[in-house]
Design a protein around this ligand. Structure first.
Ligand SMILES: C[S@@+](CC[C@H](N)C(=O)[O-])C[C@H]1O[C@@H](n2cnc3c(N)ncnc32)[C@H](O)[C@@H]1O
Length: 335
């Protein structure tokens, strides 16, 4: 696919459909060309969110144990391709894709097979979906706001059969709170790997925190801002290319995972004022708005403004004032 081959009319139609919030359960992919145009544009942006999530999971020292992956609601299959590339195709034996649109299943399977020729790639059958066979790593991406209750119930049943789950959604308040409610259901049987640094009840869902929602921002590749094709896409789709808000959940059934010590996850973006920065921070002690006076740690102040890394920190605090902090880093230098 190239920018010259994009079907702009199809993208306009898909965008209108995504914004409509319709949950009538009707497949909307009309052709392979729809999926190819989506994959190159909207799908690529979703891929950048996945890249950031996968970067955080590696930062947390996590990788899946399962050798089988199921991408549910796969669309063009961008989630599976990003996840398999991130952990390495040799880590997996089998990718199964599923979408209620057969056109999407065909596209996702072909695209994954072309990218990972040695991987076994299959399309899910009704028999597999309705069985109680274990699922391995379940990937879910950008489906919540279009699922009717019966489809969400099916997805819940699949989640109950998974060993690990990575679930990425748009960073809107409603969808994030919906994903938060699913976390509350699932964390009885799964360890929460990320974004949480604790396994307590989600403090954002507690009374008094209604104005907050758990979301983060992924950095788009800087070169797109100088690329006239991406600029045209952003204008035509009415999208601010600089902003990639998402929410996510990574869960693992293994009981023997290391527990992160003293880590906090920043929610949303740090806010910078002349004399101080403010972050909404979540950790085992709950949700807190913390202020970092610039003079307390000028380099941390600057780093919070510039970093593109997932915002996982070990703070030094005096009440709600930050006196310092270090980002979680791996030996391969995350900045
Ligand atoms: C916005 S697209 C996201 C596609 C892909 N997961 C991604 O992140 O790019 C939502 C996908 O969910 C699929 N979908 C919607 N309802 C579904 C259902 N009941 N069962 C399976 N797939 C469904 C749609 O066909 C579509 O491919």
């Amino acid at each position: 696919m190239t920018w010259e081959e994009i079907d702009w009319t199809a993208l306009d139609r898909l965008r209108a459909r995504f914004l409509s919030g319709r949950t009538d359960g009707e497949p909307y992919w009309q052709s392979r060309a729809d999926l190819a145009s989506y994959d190159f544009t909207h799908g690529e942006r979703i891929g950048w969110k996945w890249d950031h999530v996968l970067r955080e999971l590696k930062l947390r020292g996590w990788r899946p144990e399962s050798r089988a992956v199921l991408d549910w609601g796969c669309g063009s299959g961008i989630a599976a391709r990003r996840a398999i590339a991130a952990f390495g195709p040799e880590t997996f034996d089998l990718l199964t894709v599923w979408d209620h649109s057969p056109t999407a299943c065909d596209f996702a399977a072909e695209a994954a097979q072309a990218k990972f020729p040695s991987l076994e790639v299959a399309q899910a059958t009704r028999g597999l979906l309705d069985s109680d066979a274990p699922i391995g790593l379940l990937l879910v991406s950008h489906v919540l706001n279009e699922l009717p209750p019966v489809a969400l119930a099916e997805l819940r049943e699949l989640a109950a059969r998974a060993t690990e789950i990575i679930w990425v959604e748009p960073g809107t308040r409603d969808v994030s709170r919906q994903l938060g409610a699913l976390r509350e259901e699932l964390h009885a049987t799964f360890r929460v790997v990320a974004p949480c640094t604790h396994s307590n009840a989600c403090p954002i869902l507690a009374p008094g925190n209604e104005r907050h929602w758990c979301h983060h921002f992924a950095p788009p590749p800087p070169e797109i801002f100088a690329d006239s094709n991406w600029v045209k896409f952003g204008q035509r789709a009415g999208i601010d290319l600089r902003s990639l808000p998402y929410c996510f959940l990574a869960l693992d059934r293994r009981a023997n995972l290391p527990t992160p010590l003293d880590l906090s996850r920043v929610i949303g973006r740090p806010e910078h004022f002349k004399p101080y920065a403010r972050v909404l921070s979540c950790d085992a002690s709950g949700l807190a708005e913390l202020e970092l006076p610039k003079r307390a740690d000028p380099s941390l102040f600057k780093q919070l403004e510039r970093t593109k890394a997932p915002l996982v920190y070990r703070w030094q605090r005096d009440g709600d004032k930050l006196t310092g902090g270090e980002p979680l880093v791996t030996s391969t230098r995350e900045t």
